[in-house]
Design a protein around this ligand. Structure first.
Ligand SMILES: NC(=O)c1ccc[n+]([C@@H]2O[C@H](COP(=O)([O-])OP(=O)(O)OC[C@H]3O[C@@H](n4cnc5c(N)ncnc54)[C@H](OP(=O)(O)O)[C@@H]3O)[C@@H](O)[C@H]2O)c1
Length: 323
């Protein structure tokens, strides 16, 4: 097991250094087609979680600049309002709205969903971007470990809650979940939050596990809703120098100073996935730099683990319905 973990970490480090940095983006962007991004999405409703900062902010701004009606879901009203007015003035699009919701709480997500659903608007694009890497073991008021609560349960709860509004936008509806290349370092595990005690809590490992769940959930949702006209995509933004990275991984940020992508470069594939005709995309797939990417690194022994996604879905469903 030690050797396998060491191999995964090494393979991830090398693959990441070659692909996830700014240089990787520059190299991959030589194949990008500018016309892919020159698409107006006026009349489409896009919901972006964690839209006040980093990749989420750049995504909301990129969609607003292409005419979308954007709903920014943020946990902090003041930060959300500041980001909203910046986006409205930089894009000239007044159809940008703020929705306040703390995604670490299932009950808040449910109240938000009830409130939002009363607008009765179709949701064409849901972007599950909000996320965090918390190094300390923090337990939410609902009793869940914080990384898990936001990255996994929050993603699950908001997606399930928005399904009726996504169905209204079918066959054009899509859900894009911002996962992370960090998921390459770990298989899918049923042990979502209990293995770590306070002393040996490893936030980086927990985050990687969360991000693996997002990729497997996306695969499962794609299969479950394939006849409903909703596409599901997960993606990796690369390594971008965002407030989140500065906060959670200061030594990584220092080590890669000058080599990290901008938030806009991190948001590039999110926006690309929102704009492309669905026939061009593969529902359930994992994307990186405007192309389908592998979900597993070679010899990492993670592939078979996705077979347990049904039991994880059941666990998440109980957590969601029990609140
Ligand atoms: N940057 C990278 O290199 C990188 C690499 C791989 C994956 N990602 C993923 O990209 C996504 C965006 O991250 P980022 O780097 O742009 O970080 P960021 O600047 O910290 O943005 C994260 C956003 O999520 C929000 N958020 C956190 N907890 C929340 C909660 N409980 N309820 C609602 N919103 C919450 C944050 O709100 P506050 O501002 O209020 O905290 C912020 O708006 C994350 O899912 C992250 O895992 C990033």
């Amino acid at each position: 097991m030690f050797l396998l973990k060491a191999w995964r970490a090494t393979a991830f480090g090398v693959y990441g250094y070659l692909n996830f940095t700014k240089n990787g983006f520059m190299e991959h962007s030589k194949k990008f087609r500018p016309e892919d991004m020159e698409i107006s999405i006026e009349g489409k409703n896009c919901m972006v979680t964690g839209a006040n900062s980093g990749i989420g902010y750049a995504t909301a701004e990129g969609l607003a600049s292409r005419g979308a009606t954007v709903y920014m879901v943020c946990r902090n009203k003041e930060k959300g309002e500041a980001a909203l007015s910046k986006i409205q003035s930089s894009t000239g699009n007044s159809n940008v709205h703020l929705e306040v919701c703390d995604l670490s709480s299932v009950s808040e997500i449910k109240s938000f969903a009830t409130r939002f659903s009363s607008k009765d608007v179709p949701v064409h694009v849901l972007i599950n971007n909000a996320g965090l890497l918390e190094q300390k073991r923090i337990i939410t008021s609902e009793g869940y470990e914080l990384n898990f609560a936001v990255n996994v349960l929050g993603t699950y709860a908001i997606t399930e809650s928005m399904l009726p509004l996504l169905e209204k936008a079918a066959p054009d509806a899509r859900v894009i979940t911002v996962s992370s290349g960090g998921m390459y370092t770990t298989p899918l595990t049923n042990d979502l939050q209990v293995e770590f005690s306070d002393e040996n809590f490893d936030g980086v490992e927990q985050y990687a596990r969360n991000k693996r769940v997002q990729v497997a959930l996306t695969e499962k949702w794609a299969e479950m809703y394939k006849n409903k006209g909703i596409g599901f995509f997960s993606m990796h933004p690369g390594w971008a120098g965002t407030p989140g990275v500065a906060n959670s991984l200061p030594s990584f940020e220092k080590k890669f100073s000058g080599k990290l992508r901008t938030s806009e470069e991190g948001a590039d594939t999110v926006i690309w996935l929102a704009l492309q005709p669905k026939e061009k995309l593969v529902s359930g797939a994992f994307y990186f730099d405007r192309a389908e990417a592998p979900k597993h690194l070679m010899f990492a022994g993670t592939r078979q683990s996705h077979t347990i996604i049904d039991s994880i879905m059941n666990t998440l469903h109980s957590m969601f319905t029990n609140v």
